[in-house]
Write a new protein. Structure first.
Length: 234
């Protein structure tokens, strides 16, 4: 008989290996049972555990989705998007994510650290921007989750949904990141600081990373205090 904890780990690994990102829908339960070689009862017990830990959420009639249950519905996201500019979203992100990185340095488990390392490695091995962005999203989410602060995680999720509504599908001039893409080193610095349990260094590294990313999107703005009506450029 399949051990429940082992099955939970297998589902987490499947999510990682298949490249599912925040809000992606997982295969139907009957397909997961077939893939994993388990009964419906065993699968549901594991899904309950994953949902309690904020790794998935389920909606009757819609399916099972990656990440914690969203605070906002589509109408609320559209409303928020009209209220704020991309630059204002950046300001909030630069305020929140360094704090999450610092909390992760204090609270991350061995499994959390392994997930972060895997995501950072997958970013570097991505062959195109779609793959990179998926694993980049997974990395930032893994760091937020490693804070083990559910209220902060909900703030992060709200911010992330609004962020994706602004920057989804941005134009790229290349097919994928270069081998020396600056974010690769920055990701490693964040993860290494978290692993070293250095909250200050983790927060500083995350802040530097985000400012670097948005300096490319807002090349004429003072990133961290960008112009209110600035629009992203590739």
């Amino acid at each position: 008989m399949t051990d429940s904890a082992e099955l939970v780990d297998r589902i987490r690994q499947l999510i990682t290996d298949e490249g599912y990102v925040l809000s992606d829908r997982l295969p139907a339960e009957r397909d997961l049972c077939k893939t994993l070689g388990v009964t419906r009862h065993q699968l549901r017990s594991a899904l309950i555990c994953l949902e309690k830990n904020g790794l998935i959420w389920r909606h009757v009639g819609r399916g099972t989705f990656v990440g914690p249950r969203p605070v906002l519905n589509i109408e609320e996201v559209a409303y928020l998007r009209e209220l704020v500019s991309p630059a204002q979203m950046v300001e909030v992100r630069i305020s929140i994510e360094p704090e999450l990185a610092g909390l992760a340095a204090r609270n991350a488990t061995a499994a959390d650290l392994e997930q972060m390392k895997t995501c950072a490695e997958r970013c570097e091995s991505a062959v195109d921007w779609r793959g990179y962005e998926a694993w980049d999203t997974n990395l930032h989410h893994a760091i937020a989750r490693a804070s083990h602060n559910k209220l902060y995680l909900y703030f992060f999720e709200t911010l992330n949904v609004v962020r994706r509504s602004f920057f989804w599908g941005q134009t790229r001039t290349t097919t994928g990141p270069a081998k020396d893409y600056s974010s690769f080193l920055q990701h490693r610095q964040v993860v290494e600081a978290i692993e070293a349990r250095d909250a200050t260094a983790a927060g500083d590294a995350m802040r530097d990373h985000l400012k670097s990313v948005y300096s490319r999107l807002f090349p004429v703005a003072n990133v961290g205090h960008p112009a209110g009506d600035a629009r992203p450029r590739a």
